[in-house]
Design a protein around this ligand. Structure first.
Ligand code: DP6
Length: 313
């Protein structure tokens, strides 16, 4: 059985766990699924659990642990060979764990002959990687933080498709990697964390309105504010403060401000790495690519748009 799930970028971020075992987040989050980047995963019965990524057998403790969680949740099943192809340029710093765990959850449940609702799939995938809960849905998705395993799931916002685009700017000089899981552990020690939580709760509501009002400028402004707030937590962590930003990240942020002064709709969002995703309209995106290319010729740039939910074949 084969499933394809696209990656998603959070406009309102998940950045902190309330319960690490169940992977319950401290905030509700909201994302846009992207058209360009996806993972295709197929599973078939085997003698023992085996994970192959892009034709390479990799050490996949995380995948094995997740298959065991699925066994607990769905009832025992025989060992599986899992073959995954990531169509997310690994160096692009896009959250490939989102598309990977969503595709895996879809492929395993279908292999077991289960046709679960997407909300149910999102609860299962959440245990593999939080952001994966949002990758079952096309366009905009919301992950409700909930209070327990049953109430922490994602659903579609049922919003119209907008002419929104994300210019993905890949910064190559990446600093030493701090995983999302580790970054969150440190961020929650920031004295500003509680303030970020209450602000995020308001931004989550405001973002839904901005999307339903089809107000891309407001969507961008809210997303940038939310993301910069998240990165400020990393810098102000009491335990091992850090930043994902490099000089190029900072330079791109200031170029985005310049573009806004010139009247171009451009806002930044940044995840657990130095790359910048610029929220804009499909119409303005090529202009942004030209400006960034000119300013930083080494930058790799891609334009992504709203993408589809999970599919099977
Ligand atoms: C910054 O979903 O990768 O991209 O649950 O520990 O696997 P784990 O974390 P992960 O975190 C994603 C963090 C983020 C924001 C987001 O996608 O909401």
């Amino acid at each position: 059985m084969k499933a394809t799930a696209h990656t998603n970028i959070a406009l309102i971020k998940y950045w902190g766990k309330k319960n690490t075992e169940l992977n319950l987040p401290t905030t509700s989050s909201l994302s846009l699924t992207l058209d360009k980047f996806y993972t295709t995963t197929s599973v078939e019965p085997a003698n023992h659990d085996r994970f192959i990524l892009n034709d390479q057998v990799v050490d996949a403790t995380r995948v094995h642990r997740f298959l065991d969680i699925l066994r607990q949740q769905l009832g025992d099943f025989t060992p599986l060979q899992v073959i995954s192809e990531n169509h997310v340029p690994t160096s692009a710093g896009l959250a490939s764990s989102a598309s990977a765990f969503a595709a895996l959850t879809g492929a395993v449940t279908h292999e077991l002959g289960m046709d679960l609702p997407k909300e149910e799939l999102s609860r299962l995938a959440r245990r593999g990687s939080g952001s994966a809960s949002r990758s079952f849905f096309g366009n905009f998705a919301m992950w409700h933080k909930g209070i327990d395993d049953a109430s922490s799931f994602a659903e579609s916002l049922n919003a119209p498709e907008l002419p929104i685009a994300l210019v993905v700017a890949e910064v190559c000089d990446a600093p030493k990697k701090i995983t999302s899981t580790e970054g969150m552990k440190r961020a929650i020690t920031s004295p500003n964390y509680d303030r970020w939580l209450s602000k995020s709760a308001n931004q989550f509501i405001d973002m839904q309105h901005a999307i339903l009002d089809q107000d891309i400028d407001k969507i961008g402004a809210l997303a940038e504010d939310n993301a910069l707030g998240m990165h400020a937590l990393n810098l102000t962590a009491t335990r091992s403060p850090f930043t994902y930003f490099t000089d190029k990240t900072q330079l791109i942020l200031s170029l985005i401000q310049d573009m806004r002064h010139q009247g171009i709709l451009a806002y930044a969002t940044i995840d657990a790495g130095p790359n910048v995703k610029i929220i804009t309209t499909t119409q303005e995106a090529p202009k942004i690519v030209t400006i960034l290319n000119h300013a930083i010729p080494s930058l790799k740039l891609e334009i992504a748009q709203s993408g589809p939910g999970i599919s099977y074949d």
